[in-house]
Design a protein around this ligand. Structure first.
Ligand code: FE2
Length: 431
């Protein structure tokens, strides 16, 4: 009798192929095709034509702050800067037990939502490195079911805050995976540029990836992404560097943006936009018209830059909502960037799946034979429909093991002459 693994029958794939079977053996996808032969002892799951996608990936998150909403108080102004100040008030009261408990709760939410890989920044400006130790512990705890990648993030500025560079290096020594930064929060533009240089050189020396919060402001003259692209190229870090947020690009002069975008592309810098947070935090100093503040997603994608979306925050000092639902993130990205064509909407699904996996450098991600047997079955017929309906996650699988299930969502109406279950799906429009 063969132990476990899984044959999924009659699924629709994100590329539109229907009636597809996917066989997982030994934790890996062994075969993908029509009418695969069942094997003795391998359980069969009938997908009933629903969409089978690789799992969601969150390219930018803050797991040390998540689910702390209201502690010690709520962000009254709703601004980024009050959020940072509020986080500073909370930090001295953090305990490792509470950090671990909240992070594990969030990982449960993530699994239930089919979100199986997260890159989380972790603040290294607390000399105790409590959050670093807590999240390294969580990373090991969740390893059997969720890939958690950690970024050493100097929230208060690696040059501006005392001991921040030493703490950041200590965090890397402890096993944090990625070098972070926040150049726009340093004291001057020059100090910001210097922080980018130092952190890129540190990453090059240690052979680590870089992911910086970069130009997260409405300042049209913020230039740190230009500096990040420059040092990426200078140090030969192409493909290993990510610029997160880049919201100032929204406000930049169009001529300058037309020079900058090809430079980002040449340097092979990944870009992560955080639509829910960008639309919430940016433009707060505007009267009307009020800027949207998200970076130039369609233009970057058109230039060949790998663009992913992150959730960034869930119920923390910066954002009071969220539930680990990357389809909500994709939907907000689609709306804010006005990516309403079929191709545009499809790109927004990619931004929370394959593009984000590329940012994290996940090998063996996907639905091809040889990839790890990870996927989510969505109650929708296509990626666009999944976004439109925030589709129910019917089945979540990691390495052939079922991690989570949900009953199909059913609404019933009782109207005169029109009684019965509602079908929210619709035939798909031609691309
Ligand atoms: Fe962030």
């Amino acid at each position: 009798m063969r132990a476990a693994d899984l044959l999924v029958r009659n699924a629709t794939l994100p590329d539109g192929r229907a009636g597809i079977d996917v066989l997982v053996l030994g934790g890996r996808i062994a075969d993908v095709g029509m009418a695969l032969q069942p094997l003795d002892g391998v359980p069969v799951h009938d997908a009933q034509g629903w969409l089978l996608a690789p799992p969601f990936v969150d390219a930018h998150f803050h797991m040390d702050a998540t689910l702390s909403y209201g502690l010690p108080r709520v962000n009254a102004s709703g601004t980024l800067l009050e959020g940072i100040a509020l986080w500073g008030e909370l930090k001295p009261h953090l305990t490792q037990e509470a950090l671990v408990a909240r992070a594990l709760d969030y990982c449960d939410w993530a699994v239930a939502r089919g979100l199986l890989a997260i890159r989380s920044h972790v603040d290294v400006c607390d000399d105790r490195l409590l959050a670093v130790e807590a999240l390294l512990h969580v990373k090991q705890r969740v390893k059997p079911y969720l890939d958690l990648q950690l970024v050493a993030f100097p929230q208060d500025g690696v040059l501006r805050a005392p001991h921040a560079m030493a703490n950041l290096e200590r965090a890397l020594d402890l096993g944090v995976d990625v070098v972070g930064g926040i150049p726009h929060f340093e004291r001057t533009m020059e100090q910001g540029a210097e922080s980018v240089r130092l952190l890129c050189e540190l990453a090059a020396r240690r052979g680590l990836p870089v992911d910086m919060h970069c130009d997260e402001s409405d300042d049209p003259l913020s230039r740190h992404i230009e500096t990040l692209a420059f040092h990426t190229q200078r140090l030969g870090l192409q493909g290993r560097v990510t610029g997160s947020h880049l919201t100032s690009m929204h406000s930049m002069d169009n001529y300058y943006a037309s020079k900058l975008i090809p430079l980002i592309g040449e340097a092979g810098v990944h870009v992560v936009a955080n639509p829910l947070i960008n639309i919430t935090l940016q433009g707060r100093h505007d009267t009307y018209p009020r800027r949207r503040g998200m970076t130039r997603v369609p233009e970057l994608m058109a230039a060949g830059v790998n663009v992913a979306f992150g959730h960034d925050c869930v119920m923390d000092p910066w954002y009071s909502l969220g539930s680990a639902d990357m389809l909500e993130v994709a939907s907000m990205g689609l709306h804010v960037a006005q990516m309403t064509s079929q191709a545009g909407m499809r790109s927004c699904f990619d931004a929370v799946t394959v593009n984000a996996a590329c940012v994290l450098g996940l090998d063996s991600y996907g639905l091809e034979p040889g990839c790890r047997g990870d996927f989510v079955l969505l109650q929708a017929r296509s990626p666009v429909e999944a976004i439109r309906l925030r589709a129910q996650r019917l089945l979540v699988v990691r390495a052939g093991v079922v991690l989570a299930t949900a009953a199909p969502s059913v609404s019933v109406v009782r109207l005169p002459g029109r009684e019965g279950a509602i079908d929210f799906t619709r035939p798909q429009a031609a691309p």
